[in-house]
Design a protein around this ligand. Structure first.
Ligand code: ZN
Length: 269
């Protein structure tokens, strides 16, 4: 890998690289605005494989396996705008404040990422400008436009989590992740817990914080939007059948939440 050229913003993403932002259903009518920070695991061509074998680049340290296959149909069923990010979280994690160590991780779980060792300042900046900034700029623009146009907006940030982390098995099928919003997360928890077959995590396997998250604090909380993260366990959405089932289930639950929020006048009817 040539760090000097990788540090040049104009060269980080070349003509053969895909744009970082993927949008589905941008004209959707739903109050739900869906984001997906770890949707893809693409790596800019110039960065090669970051020094990792294929097996590392397909597992959870590189992206959120399965969530793309839930996010797309969920966006369609809800008629909701989805904004997703195509590059691997190993290149730059779009749900970390860019000035933190885990933004471009040198170690993830127990895997050392050779391509992230001893990065020059301009190489770090190039990843931010080419991938992180356009994604968050687009989310900001969309929220700005919606607020300007008086379109009700509820931010739902979609993730998936590994069933076993650092040797410890996780019992939850799904978890809500939140911090300051007291409106959406309790409703989501209540309706998820009403599903008899689910083990539901309340801020499990993670909780949201300003230090470890970006999308919810910056685009949800700071903008005063109702918001929650949703984390689905990866083994449940490993194939298309599972992804479709979860998209159907979440669409039904979020539709019900929309009705409740309207009844409670937290959303316009
Ligand atoms: Zn994630």
């Amino acid at each position: 890998m040539d760090l000097d050229s990788a540090g040049d913003i104009s060269l980080l993403l070349g003509s053969e690289d895909v744009p970082p932002v993927l949008e589905v259903n941008a004209a959707g009518n739903s109050p739900f605005l869906l984001t997906c920070d770890h949707y893809g695991r693409t790596i800019p061509r110039i960065l090669g494989d970051l020094g990792l074998p294929e097996g590392e680049l397909t597992r959870h340290i590189a992206w959120d396996p399965g969530i793309a296959g839930v996010a797309q149909p969920l966006s369609e069923r809800l008629d909701a705008h989805l904004i997703a990010q195509r590059y691997s979280r190993l290149v730059i994690d779009c749900n970390r404040p860019p000035d933190t160590l885990s933004s471009i991780p040198r170690i993830s779980e127990a895997t050392v990422i050779p391509g992230n060792e001893a990065l020059a300042r301009d190489a770090v900046e190039a990843r931010r400008q080419a991938i992180f900034d356009p994604y968050h700029r687009r989310i900001r623009e969309v929220i700005d436009r919606r607020l300007h146009d008086g379109i009700p907006t509820v931010l739902v940030s979609l993730h998936s989590f590994t069933p076993v982390y650092a040797g410890i098995a996780r019992p939850w099928h799904i978890g809500t992740l939140y911090h300051r919003d007291t409106r959406l997360p309790p409703l989501l928890l209540k309706l998820l817990r009403a599903e008899a077959d689910l083990v539901v995590g309340d801020n499990e396997p993670y909780a949201v914080s300003d230090e470890t998250d970006y999308t919810i604090p910056v685009h949800g909380e700071a903008r005063g939007l109702m918001n929650s993260g949703i984390e689905i366990r990866q083994d449940l959405i490993a194939d298309q059948a599972g992804q479709k089932q979860w998209a159907d289930r979440l669409a039904r639950i979020l539709d019900e939440i929309k009705t409740i929020l309207r009844t409670q006048q937290m959303l316009p009817a």
